[in-house]
Design a protein around this ligand. Structure first.
Ligand code: SF4
Length: 395
């Protein structure tokens, strides 16, 4: 068992490599979300590493996040809205220098009008943040914190937390910025799951359950808070283990089923998705019979979770996954970790689909596992403010 808690640069929003297929090695909230949304999308992103077009929304999210991180470099009294706005063009230029491919976002904009509007939107998002939080009264313990931990099962969890606040009492608050609008209560399961993921990682790393999880929606000016409890984080851990087992099974069998939803409209990979008449590329990894894969265990070298068999009850169903898997390329439901998730929420991402409530038959045994685990976590109850141990509030 190991863990790390360090500050390293967050990767760019897209810029994926092609032609370097690998087995999944760890789970992040973004990739867990990909698999829950569409297993084929997960395959394209994690295993095939298919390139995705830069997204203006995701890139704007990256710039806004950079400003909100760097803002705290200045002394408290100098953290002003005007100063933060002024940082936006500079952060865009720095991002562009690191990722020149982003220039294509504005290559059909010779007079710079679209770029000016895009920068203006980013500036307004930054300015709105000042109406929601007061940076002169905040001294974050960490910003853009990379966290990684290995669970007892062997599953590695990792990701970036936008901001970590620690009160004098030692209580911890995890904060995540979203550049989109706050979703309606019935669509809050995905952002909540992301925060629960981070809460679980922090609990494992520091031995203390974060007191509060806070989502700051800059697009609508909403702040959603949630106070997690130990029992539900254990349930989240079980859900993640079941999800990982489902991913392992799909990796071994090559059975990655498309799961169409409204998010297909944001997917870069429709041209190679069977749901849109496309043919995926040949699966780049060796495959085994689904039954054999299930019998042998599919833990990627990690210990199979205790409830994995219960969670992935029918590997035969996965093998009966029929011939839809063959090939597929492109899965860009949104290139950016941040703005993409926001876009999903704005698009009305179906919380039922995310929690796998009805996805089993559609997407194979892997998502069945998710359905079982999702029910266990009780996301629906939480989203409606009735979580047994936690409360989702709006401030
Ligand atoms: S187009 Fe839709 S179904 Fe196809 S891979 Fe993308 S998200 Fe999945």
């Amino acid at each position: 068992m190991g863990s790390s808690f360090e500050k390293i640069p967050r990767a760019g929003a897209s810029g994926r490599r092609a032609g370097s297929a690998e087995r999944p090695m760890a789970l992040s909230p973004s990739r867990a979300g990909d698999f829950m949304r569409c297993p084929l999308l997960y395959r394209f992103r994690v295993i095939d590493k298919l390139p995705e077009k830069p997204s203006a929304a995701a890139t704007r999210g990256t710039v806004v996040h950079a400003v909100l991180e760097r803002l705290f470099d200045a002394p408290a009294a100098e953290r002003t809205a005007a100063g933060a706005r002024a940082m936006v063009p500079d952060e865009w230029e720095k991002l562009l220098a690191k990722r020149p491919e982003l220039a294509e976002l504005f290559e059909d904009d010779p007079r710079g009008e679209r770029l000016a509007g895009w920068l203006g939107d980013a500036e307004r998002l930054v300015e709105r943040w000042f109406t929601l939080e007061d940076p002169t009264r905040l001294e974050p313990a960490d910003r853009e914190l990379y966290v990684e931990t290995v669970l007892d099962s062997g599953l590695t969890l990792r990701g970036f937390i936008d901001r970590v606040d620690v009160a004098p009492s030692g209580e911890v608050r995890l904060v995540d910025y979203k550049t989109g609008k706050a979703p309606a209560p019935r669509f809050r399961s995905e952002p909540l799951f992301q925060m629960q993921f981070y809460a679980l990682v922090m609990w494992r790393l520091r031995g203390v359950v974060p007191r509060r999880l806070q989502l700051v929606y800059l697009g609508s000016g909403d702040v959603l808070t949630y106070d997690p409890g130990e029992e539900e984080l254990r349930a989240v851990e079980r859900k993640l283990l079941a999800l990982w087992e489902a991913i392992a099974l799909a990796t071994e069998t090559g059975d990655w089923r498309p799961k169409p939803s409204r998010l297909c409209g944001w997917c870069d990979h429709q041209a190679v998705c069977p749901e849109f008449g496309g043919t995926p590329p040949p699966y780049p990894l060796p495959v085994v019979d689904a039954g054999a894969a299930s019998a042998a265990g599919t833990g990627f070298g990690s210990g199979a979770p205790a409830d994995a068999e219960e969670a992935v009850p029918d590997a035969g169903a996965a093998s009966a996954a029929e011939a839809r898997s063959g090939a597929g390329t492109d899965a860009g439901v949104d290139a950016g970790a941040e703005a993409g998730a926001d876009a999903g929420a704005e698009a009305g991402l179906d919380a039922g689909a995310v929690t796998g409530v009805d996805a089993g038959a559609e997407a194979g045994a892997g998502v069945d596992a998710e359905a079982a685990a999702g029910a266990e976590v009780g996301v629906g109850a939480v989203a409606s403010g009735q979580g047994a141990q936690g409360r989702m509030g709006q401030v």
